[in-house]
Design a protein around this ligand. Sequence first.
Ligand code: PEP
Ligand code: MN
Length: 362
Amino acid sequence: MIIKMKDPINSSHVHAVLAAISTQKMDAQTVSLPFGDFIIGSAHFECDSRVIKKLPGVEWLIDAPKGPVLAALERNPDGSTVPLGMIDVGGETLAIIAGPCSVEDKRQLMTAARFVAAYGATALRGGAFKPRSSPYSFQGLGLEGLALLQEAGRGTHLPVVTEAMEPKDVETILPYVDCLQVGARSMQNFPLLRAVGQAGKPVLLKRGPASSLSELVLAAEYILLQGNSNVILCERGIRTFENSTRNTLDLNAVPVLKSITHLPVIVDPSHGTGRRDAVIPMARAAVAAGADGLIVEVHPNPDMALSDGDQSLTPAQFRQLVNEVKLVAEAVGRKIDMPSSTPLGVPTAGSQRRTFGWGRVG
Ligand code: PEP
Ligand code: MN
């Protein structure tokens, strides 16, 4: 059961509702979000909601929700924004989250971070705890990787995004980063969703490789139910019969998610294609479709990457991506924040020719 309390919230009304709920042998929790205060009661088939509905301060009540309530578009039809460093994801400026798939060593991360910062990234990505299909593949540097990410983020003034794989890791990761990623394989790890919901920092929630869009929004609902509405959804490709790409990037997700949820939606053309030559075209397409941003893998030397080298862009290709996406962004009423200067001796994106290169990425 979910109960919306009238604004402004009145504590005696809340107490009366909680008391009425406890007489019905339900557990209850209160949730305060930017778009309202709610009381959530555990489902109970003997519950008589008619009594609760009539209590003062109750605006509306849904006995047994059939779908998302807190993440539903109706809660905030104008769309929500999520603060991430200098930008609000979901606002006019696109989020460009870039960096290596995995943190490998200091030199690799610092080089990638400096380039992406200079060329227009708004956040730095990098995995320290890696979900790998094979247990024999590089699993990430763990704590050492987190410390490097923090150093790289501070050095480039970029907020840092990294993946948490287990609920117990959330507390460890939290002090080092600005946004917690829930990876595609973990989208329905419900204890992890609750843990990141309680962490109090923005969450980047990736769509499961075999999950429907409504399942993605319901996964987000778990996070919102913990009182954290700073959730960014991410389309990263789904499993299909097509095998010329690693996944099939489902750009339908962008308009469809925007028709059912107020949460911002970004796109990952790196995992969505698995092919370096397809990343820039699909990044352009994602922004044309209305995505609120991109998350892209960039490596100083992709052929030497310990994970996802085939889909990682070189720094020069990332610069090309930003320059091309900027033109698409402007055509659809969005913008990209280009750094005007860099203290790091890397040429800025603005200093490059800004035209489309529709051919193969060199
Ligand atoms: C990643 O971002 O490196 C990653 C593992 O992504 P996904 O969970 O989408 O596979
Ligand atoms: Mn990756």
